[in-house]
Design a protein around this ligand. Structure first.
Ligand SMILES: *Cc1c(COP(=O)(O)O)cnc(C)c1O
Length: 477
């Protein structure tokens, strides 16, 4: 293929993709939120035998859009409240397109100096928004799972180094034991990270929590008192169901006294630090050793985008670097992004995070966090105790999360579980909004997470109305 053909084909594919993308974005506000196609239909549309021959790139882009139609969830739109999922800020989406077209390999400064510097700067900006100590190291990961993996690897390194063991060289066989303590409500991905790190999902000590899912400091004190070694402790800023925060001031005191390593999973909750009205929720967080957060949730950066910070850069680097074998001689002073994550070749994730923070500014991030929290409270207030509908909000809505229960008049748990499941299914079938189910302290609930930048008070009122109407139509079973 000659240069002229390469250029015109690229131009045509980008133009067609841009047109399709703009159509989708323009329709986000009004389109049905959930998918309409079944997986079988999608397999039929996108499937078929391995293509024997190629086709024009514009035709391929169009085939993808046609095949995916009906199988796309409008989670970037204003009325998606499932899991904890944000949309994409305009500047972040634009920067993400550029990251694809520029196609930088953000492993090495030598392969993409601007990508490396964007990470450096966006990492520093984010750390400042969270009030983390100056000089923390940062890694841009695929998400919170890998951010926690990275942070816990750094903690594993530091604790074993203090015990005279080089875990990167010698591995865990024969190593001194590292006690691991996590709250009973730790996110499942903390256990996944521990599992991948050879620390075992089942050998961890689970520390009791209170009614909102917060780790109990007295229970942690007791568990630490039984240990003779420094421990790896995982606390949480923002429970995935209730949004509640572990008592970080007490927890940091306890872990400091134990000479352990404190990791804080703040996948979405850490962003509370950026809102002066909610900063108190994470008081003490700056005294931890490592932190996890996501940019693809509350900051509304496109997938995939997580961040890990570490107060002990040497431990972070030692746990992640590929070592001398991969060393590439550069002028000196550059930051090579691959040294801070479990990846080598990688996407330039720094660009969209840089763009999101720059386009919002400090006050814009605070506004986004504050507004979505207010909207969660508005949603909860529109449902809780609505006369005659048997709707209850089970958690203290301290953040952007609300847990909604649809009781059965008999008061029986199983009947309430069944009614809650039926209401959720009917809400999803209606399509005005999308919220999913979860289980909270043994009861089925509908979880509402307000994380998208597009959601307005009007959306919330319209959705609360739909939920009340659906609940009224599904009375006691
Ligand atoms: C979402 C979430 C995770 C996992 O994040 P991913 O980005 O999906 O890897 C971990 N912890 C908490 C508290 C979360 O909300």
């Amino acid at each position: 293929m000659d240069h002229e053909t390469a250029r015109t084909r690229t131009d045509a594919a980008l133009a067609r993709a841009a047109a399709l993308a703009r159509d989708w974005a323009a329709g986000l506000e009004e389109r049905r939120v959930g998918p309409t196609a079944t997986v079988e239909e999608l397999r039929a549309r996108l499937g078929g035998p391995l293509p024997e021959h190629g086709e024009d790139p514009v035709a391929t882009v169009e085939a993808l859009a046609a095949g995916a139609e009906g199988g796309l969830v409008a989670s970037a739109g204003p009325r998606f409240f499932g899991f904890v999922i944000g949309g994409g800020l305009p500047a972040a989406v634009g920067a993400d397109w550029l990251a694809s077209v520029w196609d930088q390999n953000a492993a090495l400064s030598a392969a993409g100096p601007a990508a490396a510097v964007a990470e450096e700067v966006a990492g520093r900006w984010a750390a400042e928004l969270f009030g983390l100590p100056e000089g923390v190291s940062v890694g841009f990961t695929t998400g919170a799972t890998m951010a926690s993996f990275t942070a816990l690897a750094a903690g594993r390194h530091a604790l074993l180094e203090a015990a005279g063991w080089d875990v990167e060289r010698l591995g865990l066989f024969g190593a001194p034991e590292v006690p691991v303590l996590v709250g009973e409500e730790a996110h499942v991905t903390i256990h996944a990270a521990l599992q991948m790190l050879g620390m075992g999902r089942d050998r961890v000590t689970r520390v009791a929590v209170d009614g909102q899912g917060r780790m109990r400091a007295d229970a942690l004190a007791e568990a630490l008192a039984r240990l003779e070694r420094p421990a790896l402790v995982c606390a949480q800023a923002g429970n995935v169901n209730t949004g509640a925060f572990d008592p970080l001031p007490e927890i940091t005191d306890l872990v400091r006294a134990n000479a352990g390593w404190l990791h804080v999973d703040g996948a979405f909750g850490l962003w509370a630090a950026a809102d002066p009205a909610r900063r108190h929720l994470v008081a003490g967080v700056e005294r931890a050793d490592s932190w996890t957060t996501d940019a693809h949730k509350w900051l509304n950066v496109p997938y995939d985008s997580g961040l890990v910070f570490c107060a002990r850069p040497a431990a972070h680097h030692a746990a992640m670097t590929l070592g001398a074998a991969y060393y590439v001689e550069t002028g000196g002073g550059e930051r090579d992004p691959y040294n801070w994550v479990a990846e080598s070749s990688r996407r330039a994730r720094g660009f969209p995070v840089w763009a999101a923070i720059r386009s919002l500014g400090r006050d814009g991030v605070a506004e986004l966090v504050g507004r979505t929290c207010d909207l969660a409270r508005r949603f909860a207030a529109g449902l809780d105790g609505a006369p005659g509908l048997g709707i209850r909000v089970l958690n203290d809505v301290v953040l952007n999360q609300a847990l909604v229960r649809f009781d059965d008049p008999s008061g029986a748990t199983a009947a309430g579980d069944a009614r809650t499941a039926a209401v959720i299914a009917a809400i999803q079938a209606d399509g005005t909004l999308w919220a999913g189910g979860s289980t909270w302290r043994g009861q089925r609930v509908m979880r509402v997470s307000v994380s998208g930048w597009r959601t307005t008070a009007g959306d919330i009122d319209r959705c609360a109305e739909v939920v009340r109407r659906v609940a009224a139509a599904i009375p006691a079973g």
